[in-house]
Design a protein around this ligand. Structure first.
Ligand SMILES: Cc1cc2nc3c(=O)[nH]c(=O)nc-3n(C[C@H](O)[C@H](O)[C@H](O)COP(=O)(O)O)c2cc1C
Length: 158
């Protein structure tokens, strides 16, 4: 069965709560979702997954160093993430506080790896965003992402 990783860094729980809702969405589509703190992951672990969803709090408009570290270490496996499905999400304190630029920075690394990225024409276009603790809207967007990525992984894996 296809496997999906929901990896996050979260200092005060907001990004973690988003990750939990995303994992719920994946499970609704009857796929396994591993929920892991990026600090408990090694770059090699990424190879085991068909879909990789990464979330970070927005720090100065981009990802936290803990998430960047994992991505930078993934260079050891450059070429081996090609064709996997990717997605990203972020929590920030402010509207217009840089959560979309954070998501795009994570997606940028995924694209360079050759991963498959899907936008969303109806929901949060680049990936789910939350302002502080995820409210009902943000949690629903997270669940929606989980479902959409699970569906895409099933299509890609066959
Ligand atoms: C070092 C640092 C930089 C931050 N930079 C931003 C920022 O640029 N824009 C913003 O809206 N919030 C910023 N924040 C706030 C966090 O993104 C926000 O509190 C987030 O919800 C924390 O997520 P967490 O609970 O998963 O740790 C920053 C927080 C820290 C600690």
């Amino acid at each position: 069965m296809a496997k999906i990783l929901v990896a996050y860094y979260s200092a005060s729980g907001n990004t973690l709560a988003m990750a939990q809702s995303i994992a719920e969405g994946v499970k609704k589509e009857k796929l396994d979702a591993d929920l892991k703190d990026v600090e408990d992951l090694k770059a090699q672990d990424l190879l085991a997954y068909d879909g990789i969803i990464i979330g970070s709090p927005t720090y100065y408009g981009t990802m936290s160093y803990q998430v960047k570290k994992l991505l930078d270490e993934s260079v050891k496996f450059h070429g081996q993430l090609n064709g996997k499905v990717g997605a990203a999400f972020s929590s920030s304190a402010n509207i217009g506080g840089g959560n979309e630029t954070t998501i795009l920075d994570i997606l940028n690394a995924m694209l360079i790896h050759g991963m498959i990225i899907q936008g969303d024409p109806r929901g949060d276009h680049y990936g789910p965003v939350a302002i502080g603790s995820p409210d009902k809207r943000a949690s629903a967007e997270c669940e929606r992402l989980g479902e959409r990525i699970a569906k895409l992984v099933k299509k890609v894996i066959g």
